[in-house]
Ligand binder design. Sequence first.
Ligand code: F6R
Length: 245
Amino acid sequence: MRIYCGKDYEGASRIAANIISAQVIMKPDCVLGLATGSTPIGTYEQLIKWYEKGDLDFSAVHSINLDEYRGLKPDNDQSYRYFMNTHLFDSINIDKKNTFVPDGTEPDADKACKDYDEIIRSHGGIDLQVLGLGHNGHIGFNEPADSFCKGTQCVKLAESTISANARFFASADEVPKEAYTMGIGSIMQAKKVIVIVSGEGKAEIVKKAFLGPVTPQVPASILQLHNDVILVGDEAALAEYYKAV
Ligand code: F6R
């Protein structure tokens, strides 16, 4: 695993954006696996700046997002489709037809998951997967569990995830209780993975995920077995990791 440390959130975001840019420049028709959440916002802002300067061209890029709340329509301002449109897609020249987010409006969970796996398969997998890290070690919405899930699944969100995400909703009661998420198997099949972490709130889980035992109780720990993982963080998020190595 390679680790890059930025001084602060902005520094880490710039490093992450550089890595994504390199991917887009080296392979203009690449498949990017994308994440939502607060962490990648700075990275996306930086990518937009470089696009506006004329340094990046997303016209041939395809993107496949990690997850979506079950039951939210794309125009709901808390849906992950809405997040991606407003934080990235609306501001770059990616063709929206080439951007994929699980269909939160599909009530048939089996169908939603199978359809998404077929989208991933038909794209030949993911070239670069961007990940954030949940406080409980989740990646995508793959919550701590007894086993690693291979394909897309419908998950019940952990209470800790619901309370962490309540900041985006009027109250915790309004946070959807279920989500569709890309499986750990698909994430592990990505050719390259970049995990972005920021803030002291992530310091303990970063240490646990990347130095602790590989266990489905800490889903991100499986990334220790991936042969091309880049961890990008700010000093605060990487502090406990560095103390332990
Ligand atoms: C989002 C996602 C989640 C987040 C994680 C961290 O698409 O899949 O796993 O990456 O919950 O969220 P933030 O960045 O808000 O701390």
